[in-house]
Design a protein around this ligand. Sequence first.
Ligand code: PEP
Ligand code: MN
Length: 349
Amino acid sequence: MIIVMERNATPENIKKVTTMLAEHGFKVIEHSGDIHTVIDALGDKTSLTPGRLAALEGVKEVKIIREPFRLASRDRKEEDTVITFPNGVKIGGNNKPVSIIGPCSVDEDLDGLLAVARAGKEMGCEFLRGGAFKPRTSPYEFQGLGEKALKYLQKAKEETGLLIVTELMDSTDLDLVCEYADVIQIGARNSQNFKLLQAVGRTNKPVILKRGPANTIREFLMSAEHIMYQGNENVILCERGIRTFDSTYTRNTMDIASIPVIKKYSHLPIIADPSHGTGQRYLIEPLSKAALIAGADGIMIEVHHDPENALSDGKQSLSIPMFKDIITRINTLTGRMHYEKTCLSANLD
Ligand code: PEP
Ligand code: MN
């Protein structure tokens, strides 16, 4: 439930509501807005009916949230969530979609990583991605360079100013990853690792949460809810394809429809990862464009300086020249879409 207080509600009125909620076992989150105080009440509403709360002095309205993902739901928050980084980059809302590029995993070749980062900067990307801790299907494959990779990413950030996205696989590495990352990535395989979600939920770092390969949209949003329930509302969803019966020509089935569906039911930003979504270089441009047209707030693409010798996901990684070529056309599209959106909102005002 959400309890919206009257604009002239007194601190005593608010206290009475929060006390009653707490007594009935609700978790209470209070937001003091410029006009109204709004209270999120998370718990079992059979123990305290909305009618009883509505009767209290100073209560303007009690709203029932229909979806099980209460904090992530659009019923709770109508306006889009926008995540703002210290350098001014924003994700979500009417902001220009962001580009996150970089290798699947960071390897020993620092110069190679720097070359990718420079290309990203030159082409107007905002984020450099790169795995230091890699979830691999096989224990015999490269598992990531750990802290050394984080240090390489930091070097690239120092030189280019690109913000860093890197995956966290285990909460024992949380402090280390937080030291270097601007955004923590929770990978598809850990999308329902609820303890890990809770751990990142207790930080205030932005989190890119990937959709689990077998997760419904509702399950995906419930994973976001686990992070938000711990207090971290800086969640960016990432559609990266799901596993279906058809993997004949693609690695996964890129569920573009999830983007507008999530926009309808949630206020959280969502980005798209066509590299993992399709596993095919030639599909990255059309699927990036499709995702952006469907409303994605950004794209994440794997780019490696030498894909043939990459230690993971080389087959789906773009080389630097391929990336520059494709991103030029994607930038034209996002520029045009952003221009139209801005004109439209200017006309509406
Ligand atoms: C990755 O981003 O390199 C990755 C492992 O992706 P996913 O978790 O979506 O498979
Ligand atoms: Mn990868």
